[in-house]
Design a protein around this ligand. Structure first.
Ligand SMILES: Cc1cc2nc3c(=O)[nH]c(=O)nc-3n(C[C@H](O)[C@H](O)[C@H](O)COP(=O)(O)OP(=O)(O)OC[C@H]3O[C@@H](n4cnc5c(N)ncnc54)[C@H](O)[C@@H]3O)c2cc1C
Ligand code: FES
Length: 340
């Protein structure tokens, strides 16, 4: 059974086939809605459901309770159960953009280097071939097509936007992972990859508020891009970065972060390890939630940014808001695994 989706403020409508998401149907019908990961991790595709019912598996925290009460849904994860009306005004799309179809650019790139940072984390550097540069904002990500398939996987850029001919990624390698598994066996220097991007809304907002960044695992990547960008532009900010790992050997790029802490007055690098370990360690111990609760009496007036495993983000957001961060000032990319 197909359903009809009406789109305000553009007074347009399109058909959605059985089981199709609103986003997929919009793109298939030649319209554009902003999107990123396409599976509930980044929140880029939020729209307001003003009429009708949808079914969906969007991550519970990509849309806050307050937003849900206001009818906000994720277009990438919502399948209509009835005819629906959606309002896309918050996407700030012009009518021309909406009617122009998918505008996310496609790039061809070559693997320039592949370096193991820990036993399961790789730095993957790609040189863009065509087009030869990708303008992006620090904090954004790209969707990488898994070679030989139509699957895509999202990865945050770790380099500064000035280096727009290059894409540096930090990838946690999962045994058997459709893309990350190739880094352990299969992908090598000189191999070609197709990328879509840049995508996502995570970016350092201009403000005079203090910033708390919280990174878990490969979630360091978007913050490295932001910090490297601040260094290039000589724009120090009051920033604390809590970087959580299980053990000392799971931490990486520590020297680079310590260098940035010297180069950027106001930036503090706060690594923490969560597993018991008897070797000498000057950093914090515990989960990022425990470290934040212990370090800060109040986070009133802070902006908070998080990236990494969904469970870490889900557990940390209530701690941040409980310490006074306004929900509107919490921004994150949850590295939600793809369902395909
Ligand atoms: C907005 C966004 C940005 C992202 N940025 C990054 C990034 O910068 N670096 C990065 O490494 N990843 C990032 N991810 C996650 C990435 O897109 C992939 O989901 C991840 O690399 C796994 O893909 P895969 O093809 O290797 O494994 P898949 O074939 O998708 O999964 C293989 C198996 O591993 C499980 N699995 C998936 N993820 C995990 C996990 N984290 N821990 C344990 N098991 C898991 C799956 O459920 C499945 O059973 C991001 C995700 C999003 C949504
Ligand atoms: S595109 Fe829908 S949450 Fe990322």
């Amino acid at each position: 059974m197909s359903t009809t989706i009406s789109v305000e403020p553009f007074g347009e409508s399109f058909e959605c086939t059985d089981g199709e998401t609103i986003l997929d149907a919009a793109l298939r019908n030649g319209f554009f809605l902003k999107y990123g990961c396409r599976h509930g991790g980044c929140g880029t595709c939020k729209v307001v459901l003003s009429d009708g019912d949808v079914e969906g598996e969007g991550s519970t925290f990509a849309v806050s309770t307050g937003e849900r009460a206001d009818g906000v849904i994720l277009a990438c994860s919502s399948r209509p159960a009835t005819d629906c009306a959606i309002d896309v005004e918050a996407m700030e799309l012009t009518e021309e953009e909406f009617r122009a179809g998918d505008q996310v650019a496609v790039f061809e790139a070559d693997v320039a280097s592949l370096e193991w940072l820990t036993h399961d984390t790789c730095a993957l550097s790609l040189m863009l071939r065509s087009p030869a540069s990708m303008p992006f904002t620090a904090g954004q990500f790209v969707n990488v097509v898994v070679p030989g398939t139509d699957l895509v996987r999202s990865y945050s850029l770790a380099n500064a936007p000035d280096d727009s001919d290059r894409i540096d990624l930090i990838v946690k390698v999962l045994p058997g992972g459709a893309f990350s598994g190739l880094l352990a066996s299969g992908l090598g220097v000189g191999d070609s990859l197709t990328l879509h991007g840049p995508l996502g809304e995570l970016r350092l907002r201009l403000s005079h508020r203090r910033v708390l960044m919280v990174a878990g695992g490969s979630g360091l990547a978007p913050f490295l891009s932001m910090l490297r960008n601040l260094e290039r532009r000589n724009r120090p900010r009051e920033i604390d970065l809590v970087f959580g790992a299980r053990t000392r050997t799971d931490l990486y790029l520590v020297e680079e972060l310590e260098r940035l802490a010297v180069a950027l007055p106001g930036f503090r690098f706060l690594p923490t390890i969560s597993e018991p370990d008897t070797s000498p360690w000057n950093g914090d111990r515990g989960l990022v939630t425990e470290v934040i609760s212990a370090r800060y009496e109040s986070l009133d007036g802070y902006d908070a940014y998080l990236a990494g495993p969904p469970a870490m983000i889900e557990a940390t957001i209530p701690v941040l808001t409980g310490l006074g961060v306004r929900p509107a000032n919490v921004h994150f990319d949850a590295f939600v695994p793809s369902r395909r």
